[in-house]
Design a protein around this ligand. Structure first.
Ligand SMILES: CC(C)(COP(=O)(O)OP(=O)(O)OC[C@H]1O[C@@H](n2cnc3c(N)ncnc32)[C@H](O)[C@@H]1OP(=O)(O)O)[C@@H](O)C(=O)NCCC(=O)NCCS
Length: 145
């Protein structure tokens, strides 16, 4: 069965939050509701839906850089553990690639954690190739001036 894919709404926040948990990150429904309601221009969140149940989401943006120019950047993607392998991730990807083409974008990229081997197989099977491995650095900006 081909899942329905549509743009996320703020009231999808409870299901989206639960799926963020499956990605391994704690999240708070109210905060996710706020983020969905205030997405910056050039961002899109798509959800896959089976009946009334939201079973996957994909967040992407129209990214730009001095080095690479404009491209589709996939920021996050997850399908519910009990629904994986049924084509939902693929449907979300096809839909966001269409969104990107409509904006004139000609390339896509995704950063995927080195431990996510199943996801790497998923992307490779859909035309992505690995170009490099990077380290991610983060820093708190609170309380330091
Ligand atoms: C990666 C992910 C989004 C793919 O979604 P999906 O709905 O299972 O993908 P599809 O059914 O469209 O495609 C299945 C493909 O994904 C891969 N895959 C990943 N996990 C799988 C699973 N549990 N069962 C079956 N296939 C899986 C396989 O390579 C499969 O390839 P194939 O179609 O050539 O056999 C999903 O596995 C997931 O949510 N993983 C955990 C979170 C994650 O790693 N997200 C990516 C972060 S960058």
């Amino acid at each position: 069965m081909t899942p329905e894919v549509r743009t996320a709404r703020p009231d999808d926040a409870p299901a989206v939050t639960a799926l963020i948990g499956e990605l391994g990150y704690p999240a708070e429904t109210g905060e996710v509701h706020r983020r969905l309601a205030t997405l910056p221009p050039g961002h899109v969140v798509l959800v896959s839906v089976e009946g009334e149940r939201v079973t996957g989401w994909l967040h992407a943006r129209h990214g730009t850089s001095l080095v690479h120019g404009d491209r589709l950047e996939i920021v996050g993607l997850v399908v519910a553990a009990d629904r994986r392998g049924a084509g939902e991730g693929g449907s979300l990807l096809v839909a966001v690639e269409e969104w990107a083409r409509d904006r004139g974008l000609t390339a896509a990229q995704v950063l995927s954690g080195s431990e996510r081997n199943a996801a790497h197989a998923f992307y490779r099977g859909r035309g992505f190739r690995t170009v490099k491995t990077e380290q991610v650095f983060v820093k708190s900006l609170v309380g330091e001036r």
